[in-house]
Design a protein around this ligand. Sequence first.
Ligand code: 9MR
Length: 350
Amino acid sequence: MKDAAKGRFLIGTALNEAQIRGLDTAGVRVVREHFNAIVAENCMKSQPIHPQRDRYNFDAPDRLVAFGEQNGITVTGHTLIWHSQLPRWFVYNDDGTLRSAEELKAIMKEHISTVVGRYKGRIKGWDVVNEAIMEDGSYRRSPFYEILGEEFIPLAFQYAHEADPDAELYYNDYNMWAEGKRNTVVRLIGELRERGLRIDAVGMQSHMGMNHPDFAEYEKSIEAFAAAGVKVMVTEFDMSALPTSYVGADLAGGGIDPARAMNPYPDSLPAEAYEAWHKRMEQALEIMLRHSDDITRVTFWGVSDSDSWLNNFPVRGRTDYALTFDRGHRAKPIVARFIEMCREIPADKK
Ligand code: 9MR
């Protein structure tokens, strides 16, 4: 995939602990063959990397960065400021009250300069802030927001830039096709730029499913971010093949087993369901290829189907089929199709 996409965008994947430690040898083989960008699925988030105020865990992140360098693979950092996988001490005092603005600023600065500084010159770019804006365009009421208001975002970008002036800096979020979120992100880009702060790209996570997003809205967001003057990255691409919800009343009346309704293909994906998934993947990839003047990286959120977080979301213990390599690490037909599409589809020239 990476060779087919050369000159268009990087093809990335997220590495889990077993891949970072080289234990998943089949997975690592697929990474080397098909991908030229990697990101940590978990180990660089604030909870795992900075569990206590005076303790950092750099073992897995160090290995990830070294693996990238040894294999000529671009490394992205994920993520500096995020309300989830955030250790309590970061934003709360020992007595459970929120930290003061001054204290949170000092903690953010120390965290960002330590983590970004450690990999200075070795990580191409950072997801500086993750998931701070809601679909309706309002700011998420996270502890960062409660304490610092909107100001926590420019501060995070400033600290990251000070720590590695050459690193690219990204704002990353999900459901970026939602109009309200799109508009606020466009405004945010403008505000950062007005203050002379660096922002290189917007990351559209792109967790998709059989009924979402509406591709026309998705494409509008790519265009809006590009028009706002930044690059676009598809940062966490996957396509769930399973239903996202079921109607409780129908289940009660119809005697349907809810576990079965949410996990309809525990053994294998029927051909028909694969065809429908393949078609939606083709549509999504077609849009990305057509916009490859603006899109600089397309990263899948995991290597093979068995690695995907979607096996545990929105309910635990499902069998999903969201990625391009199956549970036996075999490339699905969408991989060959993508390689063909790279030849067939010209980028829209601006
Ligand atoms: O894939 C990640 C999973 O292993 C973690 O348990 C989860 C914790 O919140 O985070 C998952 O990755 C998320 C990413 O960091 C940010 N966007 C949404 C991703 C899927 O939840």
